[in-house]
Write a protein that binds this ligand. Sequence first.
Ligand code: NDP
Length: 333
Amino acid sequence: MIRWGLIGASTIAHEWVIGAIRASGGEIVSVMSTNVERGAKYAADHGIPHSVNTLDALLNGQPIDAVYISTTNELHKDQVLASAKAGKHILCEKPLATSLADAKVMVDACKAANVVFATNHHLRNAATHTAMRDAVAAGKIGKPLAAKVFHAVYLPPHLQGWRLDRPDAGGGVILDITVHDTDTLRYVLNDDPVEAIASTQQSGLAKAGLADAVMGVIRFKSGLIAMFHDGFTTKYSETGFEVHGTEGSLVGRNVMSQRPVGVVNLRNADGETELKLDHRNLYETGIAKFHSAIAGDGKPAASGEDGLWSLAAGLAVAKAAETGTAQPIDPGL
Ligand code: NDP
């Protein structure tokens, strides 16, 4: 039984992660919120026995083995460093930090403290992406040449807060969505990105100079090129993920989702076949792997290094859009 402390009385914990921890046999001991009333209400609403208002009270006053960090992004670094110092295993939300230097310090600190450090890139846990990864690895499409990611959505009104007006918190579409795309591309292709070009849009939904949509191209080590469209502004578009190879294509529809949904078709000289998928809750799959990693059995679905890669790619995309030039992607590992 892993005993958890939640750092952040967040929407994502409420909507997905609290349920996933409990479904995977974990116990949630306490939640930390900076606001006394909100924290107490959050704990009561979710059947969490304790709420505390400082990191120290959570890390040193409660019997916990692991923490889930889902505060705004500028807070992740100090919370990870303190948790590692207290010997807690850490599941941290993406983006790990707002700078690569901070994320590196976090990865190094967790290594030195010998705690499991995972990034909550849930899309790796989708049956759709795993089926595409397996098909690519089995050579079903020959040599992968190109990929397309369609991940433009409409940011739901209840999330239209810091993502739209706080650059200091890592707001904007790139650190929110593009980091998921780049992680999913790395996972499906078993390849690493090397360079990005991109163009952003400010349609008025996001303020303070933040982008609410972005399109771009990422080049991978193998030579594959991947195009992506991420947005907060498209109410009626469908998500998708495609990989095109010398001998076939994989076409995923409705696959860039938090829910266990979507279909994947394999197209090749034999025609079109729908891949068989065993859909399961993505967050539960991730938490189960994290629990196993703590027990010394395997690795988390996405490690701290994976989070470093996705952040490096996201920051390169942002800089490419800002400068109008191609930017190298280098996590410094
Ligand atoms: P929220 O805005 O819901 O929560 C972030 C912080 O805002 C909380 O820690 C809380 O502070 C404060 N807060 C929450 N509700 C209120 C309120 N009503 N009034 C004032 N303050 C409030 O963030 P999200 O859950 O959307 O995102 C949190 C993190 O999770 C981010 O890093 C994000 O990128 C990531 N994320 C990941 C997803 C995934 O699928 N992997 C999906 C969505 C988000 P306090 O704790 O002090 O109370």
